[in-house]
Design a protein around this ligand. Structure first.
Ligand SMILES: Nc1ncnc2c1ncn2[C@@H]1O[C@H](COP(=O)(O)OP(=O)(O)OP(=O)(O)O)[C@@H](O)[C@H]1O
Ligand SMILES: [Mg+2]
Length: 261
């Protein structure tokens, strides 16, 4: 469904992506795993048509970027790392705005919103202001927003950052349901090793703009000869995942925590 070949992205001197290639199959839940600055967000932004690559090819469902960007936008949904719901509106109002933006007519809007509210399990809160939601509820609302036009492919950038363990699990459940019931193809980024292990069919471990290894969590651990992905990361990259990224990490988690209050 997604095929990325020899993708490069430079921001002036910074090589954010240094020639990465990977494929995501139809119906697969694929994770880009890596520490701060690895290039995860840059990859997702390119695939979601937001920024152009410096070099390389991206094919989605048989269409190519940048040529077919307008067509591709019709069948991808994108949940960014930053907040995409308005806290001063209710969940329903947020969904209504997005439904109008993607061009659904009145009856389609009602049907889609009701279905997604049910699917995400946010029915009890949909008429409350989003600023009163817990972090997990906000994430589920944002996922619903991204699904209003029935995309084949869902892209999520750090969907569970800053969430408590229970909320994180409820977001995992929602993504699993999407995959199992709706055959959605899901590409997500995460820097949580245990999230990648629990949730993803296959993972690409990224580090400094490169892909270090691609495989199922089990294959990766076997290849590295260790019992956890955390250890596999250290064996394969020669350093710990948290090294060097602490300030950014803190800043981001705090920002996320603040926006979710
Ligand atoms: N717009 C930009 N201008 C300049 N440099 C950028 C820009 N966006 C990203 N970078 C740099 O590119 C590299 C990859 O960044 P990216 O955001 O893709 O990493 P990431 O894996 O998503 O990290 P994080 O876990 O912190 O979200 C980093 O060195 C980052 O500083
Ligand atoms: Mg990022």
């Amino acid at each position: 469904m997604i095929k990325v070949e020899q993708l490069y992205k430079y921001f002036k001197q910074v090589k954010a992506l240094d020639g990465i290639s990977f494929e995501v199959k139809k119906g697969e839940l694929f994770g880009l795993l890596g520490p701060n600055g690895a290039g995860k967000t840059t990859t997702v932004r390119i695939i979601s048509t937001l920024i152009p690559p410096t070099k390389g090819q991206v094919e989605i469902n048989g269409y190519f970027l940048p040529k077919d960007a307008a067509i591709i936008r019709n069948f991808i949904g994108y949940v960014p790392q930053a907040l995409s719901s308005d806290g001063t509106l209710t969940g329903y109002e947020n969904l209504l705005i997005f439904a109008k933006l993607v061009g659904l007519n009145r009856s389609e809007r009602e049907k889609q919103i009701n279905e997604l509210v049910e699917l995400m399990g946010i029915g009890d809160f949909v008429d409350r202001l989003v600023r009163e939601y817990s972090g997990g509820m906000v994430r589920k609302l944002e996922i619903a927003q991204a699904l209003l036009h029935n995309p084949k492919v869902l892209l999520l950038d750090e969907p569970t950052v800053g969430l408590d363990p229970a909320s994180r699990r409820s977001v995992w459940d929602v993504l699993k349901t999407l995959q199992e019931k709706y055959d959605s193809t899901i590409l997500l980024t995460t820097h949580y090793m245990e999230e990648a292990e629990a949730l993803c069919d296959r993972i690409a471990i990224m580090d400094h703009g490169k892909i270090v290894i691609i495989g199922t969590p089990k294959e990766i651990m076997e290849q590295a000869g260790v019992e956890t992905l955390e250890d596999a990361f250290i064996v394969l990259t020669g350093h710990e995942a948290e090294e060097g990224g602490n300030f950014n990490e803190l800043k981001r988690v705090r920002k996320t925590a603040r926006r979710l209050q």
